[in-house]
Design a protein around this ligand. Sequence first.
Ligand code: ZN
Length: 437
Amino acid sequence: MGRFLGRLGLALVLALSLLSKQIDAAGPTYLKVKVFSAPDFVTVAARSGFVFFDPSGRRIAEFPGRAAVRLTREGSMVVLPDGVRLERVRVAPSEKDKDGLVVVMERPYRGELEVWATSGGLNVVNVVSVEDYLRGVVPVEMSPSWPEEALKAQAVVARTFAYKNRGRHAAEGFDLCATYHCQVYGGAAVEHAASDRAVAVTAGLVLRYNGELIDAYYHASSGGHTEAAGALWGTEYPYLKAIEDVWDRTGPYAEWEVSFTPEEIAVLLEKAGFPVGRLEDIRPVAYLPSGRVASFLIRGSSGEWTISGEKLRQVLGTTVLKSTWVEIEKSPVYPQEGVQMVVQRANGQGKKFIPLGTLIITADGITAVGGSRSSYPIPSRGGRSDQIVFRGHGYGHGVGMSQWGARRMAESQTLPDPEFFRQILTYYYQGVTIEPY
Ligand SMILES: [Zn+2]
């Protein structure tokens, strides 16, 4: 058909393609990721110029490189600097530099931006290809200094998550958020050559089970045993079984310890809606098959609750109580009922605390200790008498891939094997296939 195109025709085609130059945001390999919101205004820019388009794809304005433009909000309309009001404005790098970065509030992104207003504020969404999105995810989720095969496994996992959860925020007008709720996405500012390479060499590869994209859960450290999704969340996944994780017994989170005073725990519980009063007891009452705590009993002067292990992690802080695979060592002054009795010892008379109900054999027979209340400090092994010590293993929920385990596996390679990331993935996700999306 080229021969039918005269010069005028060619110019017309070019003009049309410029008019409609627009990322196909509905295309299967693009994502809309919410990267910013602000109540009143946002500032947008691009390294070498940018163009505004209205929702119909019409060019509204063009700005040179280094220009920064402030978009403000009026009701649920976006107001451009010249006063034009739009429901939505698309910000694209100028055609001269279509791989250029777009910048919002000084943070650079690949692809394009969409800005729209709601009565609550301005939202900024990054319209970006999945592969470029991953360049801003992998280095945040795993340090780029880690072995290449571990980074490649992380890239496949993050890509699988992105496709599987595309549209998770559809009701709010985008696919994924840029926080821990979905995956942390830092845009172009966090990119690193090593993670870029891991994304590029695994381009398009995702994890499937029976042909379906999997829920590729992962966590920082299993501590030596992963958790079955079914035991933790009640939904069985054939590829998320609890496994003995021989690779993650020596990571930095394999063993840890954190301690609180009973008062600290009581304050945190109160904030979370459990007004325990004075904390009297906290202990595991049910376990998951991996040994992680399914639920804790919490008893205070004002009430008693049974809460899930994950809930207690949230209450105490998920970075503080790193996992629910814990034992508790209590050395607080727990009020306990009993009596002080005078006892005869080899070196003379002494006092001994006898808990209420203890059976004592005397010359007159067996009697149970009764009488006045008293309290007795349980001796502390660590020398402090007011602490509740959690000794734990692992970091995170324990389901799916352990990142530290992936690292240790990759480090175990004696000869470089560019396909080794597949072994990491099939170790943590049982029975999956690794194939192009
Ligand atoms: Zn989200």
